[in-house]
Design a protein around this ligand. Structure first.
Ligand SMILES: [Zn+2]
Length: 271
């Protein structure tokens, strides 16, 4: 879309005019944009080197917003992610093994339902223990989070490594819902990126909004590999992409909430 409103100054900008703002002003304002009609979070993307004009976008707009039809509202599913993932009787095992051959869908072993807890009667809650596992990669989980409200609120069991199982609704936290209760808590934090910046020490900050909004930190040793993995050569490419990162929420000395990906296998982006 060609216009968006900045919530800092209350002004409506055209993409052409927004692109002319001084760098510091633009950096601040692009993290505080909303759609002029439905007021959903919006992002700004500078003109690309390949000739695409500067533009605004929102992912998603409200369904009745007149800007919605002009933009891609959904992230494409691959081979019916949603249908395959939503099975309340199965425990989702998060597969961090990026790039390996896909796993066979379901590992059923009714005699080994609790791993090394077998026989001790340890149950979490009073829901029936799932009798099967399914391996799911972060990329599939992120696409399903984006596309399915039902999945976001699901009580389906999910497990990462040796951690206690939890529910999908508890494990994944959208950026908009992050608050003090998540301090030092390990979750799958996900949402839309407003922009990205390289710090002086080479760390990459992927920002969901302004100072009060959570950012994801990629440490400098991982930045080159991260760019290569997603074929990114311009930091502008991050504006308007979705991200999912597994880690603990921390707060910097100047009060900025952030989460560090402890290894690139714990982070995924969806362009
Ligand atoms: Zn809108």
């Amino acid at each position: 879309m060609d216009i968006a409103k900045c919530t800092l100054d209350g002004s409506t900008y055209t993409a052409v005019n927004f692109a002319l703002l001084p760098p510091n002003e633009m950096s601040e304002k692009r993290q505080n944009l909303v759609c002029t009609e439905c007021e959903k979070d919006a992002f700004f993307r500078k003109a690309s080197r390949t000739g695409q004009a500067a533009c605004f976008g929102a992912r998603p707009h409200e369904s009745d917003c007149s800007f919605a039809s002009a933009e891609t509202q959904r992230v494409e599913n691959e081979a019916g992610d949603e249908d395959r993932i939503r099975n309340p009787g199965q425990n989702i095992i998060i597969d961090l093994n990026y790039g390996a051959a896909p796993r066979v869908n379901v590992d059923v072993d009714p005699n080994d339902q609790g791993g090394n807890n077998e026989g001790r009667g340890r149950h979490v809650g009073n829901r029936p223990r799932p009798n099967a596992n399914m391996q799911r990669r972060l990329s599939t989980l992120l696409r399903t989070l984006i596309n399915s409200e039902e999945f976001r609120g699901s009580l389906q069991q999910i497990t990462l490594g040796e951690n206690e199982p939890t529910t999908v609704a508890n494990f994944f936290v959208n950026f908009a819902d992050v608050d003090a209760q998540h301090d030092y808590q390990f979750h799958g934090y996900w949402g839309l990126l407003a922009d990205a910046r390289l710090g002086n020490n080479g760390n990459l900050w992927l920002n969901s909004g302004g100072q009060g909004n959570i950012s994801c930190l990629i440490q400098n040793d991982d930045v080159d590999a991260f760019y290569q993995r997603y074929n990114i050569d311009d930091i502008e490419d991050f504006a308007g992409t979705y991200i999912l990162v597994l880690g603990e929420k921390n707060t910097s000395q100047n009060g900025k909430p952030y989460v560090v990906a402890n290894g690139l296998e714990r982070i995924v982006i969806q362009k």
